[in-house]
Design a binder for this molecule. Structure first.
Ligand code: TXA
Ligand code: MG
Length: 310
């Protein structure tokens, strides 16, 4: 059910959960001051309670009071990428952030999103916690109809159109003396170099110890359709293919085009639309063209497709 901004604000202030647009993907929002609403996010999504939530704010001064330490280059990152698809994990005063939100971690993840509606909304409600607005494990929602598909036609959604980035924020953390990327996302790691002087590495864990981003432990982004990752296509192949407009595929195949190999941003924007459409069309399995670059936004697309394939 599409609702106007004022109503979304009222519902959130009253302790309800509302789906809201961001430039990356839709979020399932609850006010940080309503523990019962935060808890219901986990049950609505079927999300493991060990997977913490990102706190979304509208300005830097809403973050600073939580932090027990401001790492070097934090302000430089904030001014280069916020508002936008960057999430920064900081050590925090755990008395100020309920355990549920941070899933027991001594840190919390923060983001200042860049969609005009969510910014206006946070100005009304204060900080909102929100995971992606999808059933846990499924492709994220990048339009109101995706949210309604997962949570029902009556679920309240603030309609902000299709998400323009189409994949989630990039998550970074400062550890000992470097920033590390702990979830690939819509900002390619290379884009941090002008700010940091180096390209942060994508790290799942430090020395094989505990994972840095708990979400990495779980199945993600997966349609019911089975994804078969391939790098070449025999001439006699038949079936459905996720591919690129500048490639040719065997005759007679049903090709679902992500975009051109020269426009990874378009491919990212379309990714979850294409994955979700497979289920709409009851496609049991699909070949995915993985002969794609390994750098820039392609690294993120690769990771999403790998995860979606399980
Ligand atoms: O673009 C996005 O980030 C979207 C929009 C709605 O803002 N949100 C999103 O939330 O992708 P979610 O819940 O689907 O993914 C959040 C990720 C999870 O993998 C979680 O483990 C990680 O952030 N995370 C949250 N708090 C963390 C923390 N304190 N330390 C490490 N990772 C954390
Ligand atoms: Mg998610």
């Amino acid at each position: 059910m599409r609702i106007p901004l004022e109503q979304a604000g009222e519902l959130l202030i009253a302790g309800k959960v509302v789906a809201v647009p961001t430039e990356t993907v839709y979020g399932l929002a609850a006010s940080i001051v309503h523990p019962a609403a935060v808890e219901s996010i986990y049950s609505i999504k079927g999300r493991p309670s060990s997977n913490p939530l990102i706190i979304h704010v509208s300005s830097l001064d809403q973050i600073i009071p939580y932090a027990t330490e401001i790492p070097p280059f934090f302000y430089e990152l904030a001014s280069a990428f916020w508002p936008g698809p960057l999430t920064i994990v900081l050590p925090i005063n755990t008395d100020l952030v309920p355990d549920k939100i941070r899933a027991g971690q001594p840190t919390a993840a923060f983001r200042i999103p860049n969609h005009p509606l969510v910014r206006e909304l946070i100005a009304l409600t204060g900080p909102l916690v929100m995971p992606s607005a999808n059933i846990s494990g499924r492709p994220s929602a990048t339009s109101p109809s995706h949210v309604e598909h997962d949570f029902g036609a009556d679920f309240p959604v603030l309609d902000g159109g299709s998400s323009i980035k189409g994949v989630e924020s990039t998550i970074v953390i400062y550890l000992s003396d470097r920033w590390e990327v702990i979830r690939l996302g819509s900002i390619p790691a290379e884009e941090f170099e002008p700010v940091l002087g180096y390209v942060p590495e994508f790290k799942i864990s430090l020395d094989g110890e505990k994972v840095l981003c708990p979400g990495q432990l779980f199945r993600h982004y997966a349609p019911h359709s089975r994804l078969l990752l391939v790098t070449d296509f025999p001439e006699d192949l038949q079936g459905t293919i996720i591919g690129y407009s500048d490639r040719s595929y065997p005759k007679g195949c049903d090709v679902r085009v992500l975009g051109s190999l020269s426009t990874p941003e378009v491919c990212a924007e379309r990714l979850y639309h294409v994955l979700r459409q497979l289920d709409e069309d009851n496609v049991p399995s699909v070949y995915v063209d993985m002969a794609i670059p390994t750098t820039g936004l392609w690294a993120t697309l690769r990771e999403r497709l790998n995860k979606a394939a399980g």
